[in-house]
Design a protein around this ligand. Structure first.
Ligand code: URP
Ligand code: ZN
Ligand code: ZN
Length: 460
């Protein structure tokens, strides 16, 4: 049986218009006024709201094994929370053990993700370089629809790859029709700074931002872009947090280099004063890499969204509970890295971006779904309200207010970095494949309803 959203305004990345949206068999079948609806259609009155493509969050880490523990949202709780916030697809990361083959890890992650409530896809981390890994990448791209691989310039002795391996790996990405993504922090410098700070007796969370200042990110961002440019392939910079990274991306784009930038809502509104708190639990809840920055970095990030230097707002959702963060009580380098934000990405970007007129509603759609769908090669199936697109939809009430809190959020984590912020504008309905999974505060997510989305290789 079909479902019709009636009386709203469709907002795509390129235009807005009044129309009803009819969905059946998981797909948008008609968009227009005075639609001829089949008998038995469920009609939802959405007058006064915006009908937008469901959010596509291309950077999450559900049940990620990391630093001796596992991130606290699994694929069901995390994707259900995503749906409560209007997001209908995630792209998560497969993390093979260092030097281990990729394919078994990919299979394991596919199995874990079967319980997802919304659609999902995978990037894969490349943490070693060899002929056999190159062969696996070619096969995974061709047969499994993995068109992006993440490389670390950070995490020395663990995930980091040196330049001599990054360059041939980037050349290989171009050859197989894939795109590299980078975590851009200089791992040698971070390692040096961590050792120095510990020798000086710094153990508290404040050591985390001290060991990885913005220049560490700016240098690595520039280096990764230059290597990709030498390799002749486009590159995607994940979780950009500071002015130095924005400047590196902007400079490269101005020189005709194809580089895509991503940031996350936390970097736009949370600053590094959180680490000065004497309360370990509070400060540790904010430990992620790159860290939150001094406030003066926020304006360059917002400007980069307006200027389209940064084209995606993701989350890097990677929650750890307070008890897990306590592993780093006497040593800031042992605090599991990451925060849970998958549910609040749209709330924060709308409230601080659209309500302040920094962004138009169309730009909001571009940043939260359409651009990622294009960049990761699944547009217009995702990121678009139009006939033939998947019926992944968020109905957004720009007048509705809510106060964000760990007490009421759906994420399986006991802290929220946006705690106490009252946002104006939030999801009232979320549809995944035409099924209502969130309805005015009622989460109706179904375990296992999400599907794996193959992303075709890049051909030009
Ligand atoms: O601190 C972070 N960002 N944790 C998640 C893993 C990553 O590097 O994206
Ligand atoms: Zn990263
Ligand atoms: Zn991440």
């Amino acid at each position: 049986m079909g479902i019709c959203l009636k009386g709203g305004t469709v907002v795509n990345a390129d235009q807005s218009f009044k129309a009803d949206v009819y969905c059946e068999n998981g797909v948008i079948q008609a968009v227009g006024t005075s639609l001829d609806l089949p008998a038995g259609t469920e009609v939802i009155d959405v007058s006064g709201t915006y009908i937008m493509p469901g959010g596509l969050d291309p950077h999450t880490h559900m049940q990620l094994p990391s630093m001796g523990t596992v991130s606290s949202d699994d694929y069901f709780t995390g994707t259900a929370a995503a749906a409560a916030g209007g997001t209908t697809m995630i792209i998560d990361y497969v993390v093979p053990d260092k030097s281990a083959p990729m394919t078994p890890a990919y299979r394991t992650w596919r199995e874990w993700a079967e319980k997802s409530a919304v659609d999902y896809s995978f990037h894969i981390n490349v943490t070693a370089w060899s002929d056999s890994i190159a062969e696996e990448m070619a096969r995974l791209t061709e047969e499994e629809g993995v068109n992006t691989y993440k490389f670390f310039l950070s995490a020395k002795g663990a995930l980091m790859l040196p330049d001599e391996k990054l360059l041939p790996a980037f050349v290989h990405c171009r050859k197989i029709g894939a795109m590299p993504e980078v975590h851009a922090e200089n791992g040698d410098v971070v390692d040096y700074m961590q050792k120095k700070l510990r020798a000086e007796g710094v153990t508290a969370p404040i050591g985390h931002p001290m060991s990885r200042p913005p220049i560490v990110e700016g240098e690595a961002t520039n280096r990764a872009i230059m290597l990709a440019s030498m390799a002749g392939c486009p590159i995607y910079i994940v979780h950009m947090s500071c002015r130095e990274a924005v400047e590196a991306v902007r400079r490269a784009q101005a020189n005709g280099i194809r580089v895509y930038g991503e940031t996350v809502p936390g970097y736009l509104v949370v600053d590094d004063s959180v680490y000065a708190s004497p309360d370990f639990t509070f400060a540790a809840a904010h430990v992620l890499s790159p860290p939150f920055r001094a406030k003066e970095n926020q304006e360059p990030l917002w400007n980069a969204l307006t200027a389209k230097t940064i084209s995606v707002v993701a989350t890097d959702h990677c929650p750890f509970k307070n008890e897990q963060k306590r592993a780093g009580k006497g040593d800031f380098t042992k605090i599991p890295n990451g925060c849970g934000t998958v549910e609040n990405r749209l709330d924060i970007l709308w409230h601080f971006g659209v309500n302040s007129k920094r962004l138009t509603p169309n730009e909001f759609v571009a940043l939260t779904s359409a651009n990622a769908a294009r960049i990761f090669n699944i547009y217009p199936k995702k990121g678009y309200i139009g006939v033939g697109a998947d019926a992944d939809i968020v109905v957004w009430d720009p007048k509705k207010e809510k106060t964000i809190s760990a007490k009421t959020h759906h994420m399986n984590v006991d802290a929220n970095i946006f705690e106490g912020i009252t946002v104006k504008g939030c999801a009232v309905y979320t549809l995944s494949h035409g099924r209502v999974v969130y309805n005015n505060g009622r989460l109706q997510a179904e375990k296992g309803a999400g599907r794996y989305v193959k992303r075709p290789k890049y051909t030009a």
